[in-house]
Design a protein around this ligand. Structure first.
Ligand SMILES: [Zn+2]
Ligand SMILES: [Zn+2]
Length: 367
C-alpha cells in the first residue's frame, strides 16, 4: 500500500495541473486587454470620440465576461441532498444482501419516498457506489471531482469545474459574453487589420498586437459560436450534454424529451422567471436540482403523483445553499400548469412521437 503522504502529494500535483487551462485562458484575456486598450485604442486610434466609445463598450463586455467566467469557475457544484444518501441501517442492510435483486428491492423501497423517475438502462434504480447514494434524476458521478453532481452537464477543463445545476446559467453566459467579446474585438479591429496590410499603420509594435488580436479574436469567435449554438439548442430541448449523448431512461423506457416542457419553459428553468436576471451572472435557475418537472412523472405508478408532493427532499432544498431558494413545488406548478407549453407545436409533435414510439407508456396510463 502506498503511503498516504505520497498519495496526497500526487493528488495535490494533479489538482495544480488542472488549473493550467484556466491559467492559459487568463493569460490570453490579460494580453487581449493590453493589446486592445493600450495598443489599439490608446496608441493607434486618433479620433477621440471613437476612442471613448470603443473603450466604454469594450469595458462593459469585458466586465460581464470576466464576471460570468469567475462565477462558472468558483461556483461549487451542488451535490445530492442528504435524503438521497443511504441511512446507516440501510447501508448495513444493503451490505448484508449479496444478491443483486434483493439489493435492488431495498433500493426500490428507499426510492419510493424520493422524487426519482429515471432508471439505469436495465431498469434498475441508479445508485452510486462511491458516494453511497441514490442518484437523483439527471445527477451523475464525476470521476474528476469524485462526487455526484446535480444535473451534471460535463466536467469542463477550461473552467476546472463541473458544469451542472448550480452553474449552468453562468456557463451559458460565459459562452455568450466571450463570443460577444471576440466578435466586438474582431469588428472594431478589422479596419486597422486592413491598414496593416496596406501599410496605413505607423511602424510601431502596436501593429503586431493589432494583427494578432484580429487573428485570435476571429478564430475564437468561430469555435465559441459553434459551442454556444450547441448549448442554446440543448437549453431549448432541456437536455444536458450527457443526456444528448445518452437519453435518460424512465420506467417506461428511454425518452430524450423526458424533461422538455417546451422551449420557453425550458429556457426559464435555466435562466429563471425574471427577465432582468437573465443577462446577469447571478443564480436564478428554477428548482432544487434534485427533481425536475416532467410530463412523464404522472405516468409513473411507483412514485407520488407530483415530484414535489410530500417529498422531504424538497423541503430543505435550499438549506445551507448560497442560492436564492425556489422550491420545485413553486417552479414546477408554474412550469407545468400555465398554458403555453402544451400548445407549442413542437411539443405537440414530440408528444405524438412519444405515444407512437412508446406504446408501453400508453398502456400504463390507461391501466
Ligand atoms: Zn457519486
Ligand atoms: Zn467534475
Amino acid at each position: 500500500m502506498a503511503p498516504s503522504g505520497s498519495c496526497s502529494i500526487k493528488r495535490g500535483c494533479q489538482r495544480a495541473l488542472y488549473w493550467i487551462p484556466v491559467l492559459f485562458i487568463a493569460l490570453i484575456v490579460a494580453w487581449s486587454y493590453y493589446a486592445y486598450v493600450l495598443q489599439l485604442c490608446i496608441e493607434s486610434i486618433e479620433d477621440i470620440r471613437q476612442k471613448v466609445v470603443y473603450l466604454l463598450v469594450y469595458h462593459a463586455i469585458f466586465i460581464m465576461f470576466v464576471w460570468a467566467y469567475w462565477q462558472t469557475i468558483f461556483t461549487k457544484p451542488m451535490n445530492p441532498l442528504k435524503e438521497f444518501h443511504l441511512s446507516y441501517s440501510d447501508k448495513e442492510l444493503l451490505e448484508r444482501e449479496d444478491r443483486g435483486e434483493s439489493q435492488q428491492e431495498i433500493l426500490r423501497r428507499i426510492a419510493r419516498d424520493l422524487p426519482i423517475y429515471t432508471r439505469t438502462n436495465s431498469g434498475a434504480i441508479r445508485f452510486c457506489d462511491r458516494c453511497q447514494l441514490l442518484k437523483p434524476d439527471r445527477c451523475h458521478h464525476c470521476s474528476v471531482c469524485d462526487k455526484c453532481i446535480l444535473k451534471m452537464d460535463h466536467h469542463c477543463p477550461w473552467v476546472n469545474n463541473c458544469v451542472g445545476f448550480s452553474n449552468y446559467k453562468f456557463f451559458m453566459l460565459f459562452l455568450a459574453y466571450s463570443l460577444l467579446y471576440c466578435l466586438f474585438i474582431t469588428a472594431t479591429d478589422l479596419q486597422y487589420f486592413i491598414k496593416f496590410w496596406t501599410n496605413g499603420l505607423p511602424d510601431t509594435q502596436a501593429k503586431f498586437h493589432i494583427l494578432f488580436l484580429f487573428f485570435s479574436a476571429s478564430m475564437f469567435s468561430v469555435s465559441l459560436a459553434s459551442l454556444f449554438t450547441y448549448h442554446v439548442w440543448l437549453v431549448c430541448k432541456n437536455r444536458s450534454t450527457l443526456e444528448a449523448v445518452r437519453a435518460p431512461v424512465f420506467r417506461h423506457g428511454t425518452d430524450k424529451n423526458g424533461f422538455s416542457l417546451g422551449v420557453s419553459k425550458n429556457f426559464r428553468q435555466v435562466f429563471g422567471d425574471e427577465t432582468k436576471f437573465w443577462p446577469i451572472p447571478i443564480f436564478s435557475s428554477l428548482g432544487d436540482g434534485c427533481s425536475f418537472p416532467s410530463c412523464l412523472v404522472n405516468l409513473d405508478p411507483e412514485q407520488p403523483s407530483s415530484p414535489s408532493g410530500s417529498n422531504p427532499a424538497n423541503k430543505n432544498a435550499a438549506e445551507g445553499r448560497h442560492f436564492p431558494s425556489k422550491l420545485l413545488r413553486e417552479s414546477q406548478s408554474r412550469l407545468l400548469t400555465s398554458t403555453p407549453s402544451w400548445t407549442e407545436s413542437e411539443n405537440a409533435a414530440d408528444k405524438d412521437k412519444k405515444g407512437a414510439s412508446n406504446p408501453g407508456m400508453t398502456i400504463e396510463n390507461e391501466a
